[in-house]
Design a binder for this molecule. Sequence first.
Ligand code: UD1
Length: 419
Amino acid sequence: MKDSFLVTGGARLQGAVKVSGAKNSVLKLMAAALLAEGTTTLRNCPEILDVPLMKKVLEGLGCEVVIDGSTVYITTPGLPCSDADFEAVRQFRASVCVLGPLTARCGRAVVALPGGDAIGSRPLDMHQSGLEKMGATTKIRHGAVVAEVADRLHGARIALDFPSVGATENILTAAVLADGQTILDNAAREPEIIDLCEMLMSMGAQIHGVGTSTITIDGVGKLHPTEHEVIGDRIVAGTWAYAAAMTRGDITVAGIAPSHLHLALEKLKVAGAEVETYNHGFRVRMDRRPSAVDYQTLPFPGFPTDLQPMAIGIAAIADGTSVITENVFESRFRFVDEMLRLGADASVDGHHVVIRGIEQLSSTAVWSSDIRAGAGLVLAALVADGQTEVHDVYHIDRGYPNFVENLQSLGAQVERVHH
Ligand code: UD1
């Protein structure tokens, strides 16, 4: 658990990498398997720690789960258990996505309030009020959210205050089995939501407006198991794109639809990179110091908050001053404190950070606070002089399969240290 990465800066990353399935998709798809009795098969699953953690959660609910490399088989019983195992759920936030399927299937769900990343307060009010509109009662009891339905969920018109990814997913996975039509306004439009809708439709769900901010769901009585391929991880792919630009390297990334990263790649072009896109990948080349670029994180298709540490990383070594604005999570700038240790010239003002680029960062020991901050620190260490030790890399292991091996194959000097 206490592993760290030793990163020696200075290498220009060059070569090709293939990204596997998206972490933020696979966990929701695994939960969606609860909606149908029988065996659902998911292909292109990433080999990251969160997948076995989700396996535990589903096993606690009565499913049989087999992980065979990148394929996961989930066999759901006629009636899953409604109470998710407290300890299994508390270990990672994404487990809250079992709330919608359990409420729909069992008429009751008990899911511990999740722990997870230290990126700000992450309430569940929109998840709860969506389910309540569909006829459930919800309350927080002994550290868990408890949802109950007297009979069957019914369709409803629901408008989200903010296009929350998790709330959209829980409402979708509840509404597919509800009685009647649900119209969800201000829904999230992330590619992972589209992936979930596609899987649900292949299970027999009736969904319209997929990928738009108004999703209409006509509830059906029963869904059947399916076989589905997880979309590529756009955040991992984006991490490689920023690694190429920061190290003045040349990386070709396969396994991802470049449209899922459109704005992030456009920003790199403005910074001076050459970007080529293909059907299932892209190439980023950079041969000079990046220019400063401003960023604002927003729900998709805006710039992803999960790539905000990479935006800060490139801004830290850019020519000029950048302003980075975080609009999704309030505490995500904790990462900036670690960047200051690496010598970055950055100051935080509310949800903005102003960064005056310097030629080179300066190596030291730094600590990961969440998955993306951890990966962002590794990129920063790649452009620091000397050797940086990135601690608490168990965060990175939750989201980046074979990170060290991939970095090494691209020419980075990095090794894992077991403490
Ligand atoms: C998901 C992703 C995460 C990504 C985020 C935004 C997974 C496992 N995680 O997280 O990597 O950074 O989307 O793209 O898929 N909010 C409320 N009330 C609610 C729900 C959310 O106030 O009921 C707020 C949150 O505190 C946050 C914002 O809405 O400020 C966005 O959160 P949300 O889109 O729900 O993110 P997650 O689904 O938790």
